[in-house]
Design a protein around this ligand. Structure first.
Ligand SMILES: NC(=O)c1ccc[n+]([C@@H]2O[C@H](COP(=O)([O-])OP(=O)(O)OC[C@H]3O[C@@H](n4cnc5c(N)ncnc54)[C@H](OP(=O)(O)O)[C@@H]3O)[C@@H](O)[C@H]2O)c1
Length: 223
């Protein structure tokens, strides 16, 4: 199974690429610039080689090349550009692929961090409406901080909440995520749960600020 990361040159995408590659999956990061993607991929391979020896399969392509080549597509661009990117590659998407939405529609208003107001309750439900009927969208990784993902010396030690309206797509994303060491995937049900996950991300950022930490995240007890 080949994993693609649209916008994989940013911190969240790079972190996902490192962790998924460490889990043994071939990963291709995407960018608006194929040259930039290839350069970042080279840096990530070097980083993995230092951490866990040779053998990492991380490549870099333009975003359309990633859509063509991959089965699971992580969407790791800022939310305000996500719809445009999906619209531009909509005709390339095909049955059997899954889009994993990690976006959080954050904005600063009057110096306060908040979620954008959208016609749908969540970014994920908004973006799911752009996809062809036979390409499911799963929301995941919204509550995992980028700099924690990128720092391979740190154990993640948290849950990743996974929601979506296709049971089979959720199962596949959970299967992929369970390969990442220290990460416990948790099925939280249909896509309407995404609005809660997006709010939890705002809460984690506020916890970080109040308690002067960087990597707060969530683990559920009592399961
Ligand atoms: N940062 C976190 O801790 C965190 C945690 C959870 C979820 N997330 C979510 O993950 C996503 C990525 O976060 P990030 O911090 O990595 O974001 P970022 O660095 O701001 O952007 C990621 C990549 O998106 C691409 N991009 C920028 N503008 C674009 C446009 N107009 N059209 C297409 N692509 C564009 C850029 O790649 P190229 O220039 O190479 O095309 C950039 O490297 C966001 O939606 C964020 O809400 C972030």
């Amino acid at each position: 199974m080949r994993i693609g990361i649209l916008g994989g040159t940013g911190p969240e995408g790079r972190g996902l690429a490192l962790r998924l590659s460490q889990a043994g999956y071939p990963v291709i990061i995407g960018s608006r610039s194929p040259e930039q993607a290839a350069q970042r991929a080279e840096e990530l391979r070097r980083c993995l080689k230092e951490e866990s020896g040779p053998g990492a399969h991380i490549g870099g392509l333009g975003n359309p090349g990633v859509v063509e080549a991959c089965d699971i597509l992580f969407l790791a661009v800022p939310f305000e550009h996500a719809a445009g990117l999906l619209e531009s590659c909509r005709d390339q998407l095909r049955q059997g692929q899954i889009v994993v939405d990690v976006t959080v529609p954050l904005q600063f208003r009057s110096k306060r961090l908040q979620l954008r107001e959208l016609p749908e309750p969540s970014a994920s439900e908004h973006l799911a409406g752009i996809l062809p009927q036979d390409v499911p969208l799963v929301a995941a990784f919204k509550t995992i901080p980028a700099h924690l993902l990128e720092d391979l010396s740190q154990r993640l030690d948290c849950h990743v909440f996974v929601c979506g309206d296709s049971v089979e797509a959720r199962r596949r994303v959970i299967q992929v995520s369970s390969g990442i060491e220290g990460l416990s995937p948790l099925d939280v049900g249909p896509l309407r749960q995404a609005s809660t996950l997006e709010r939890m991300t705002v809460l984690a950022i506020q916890i970080n600020k109040r308690h002067r930490v960087h990597h707060s995240r969530f683990r559920v007890v009592g399961l």
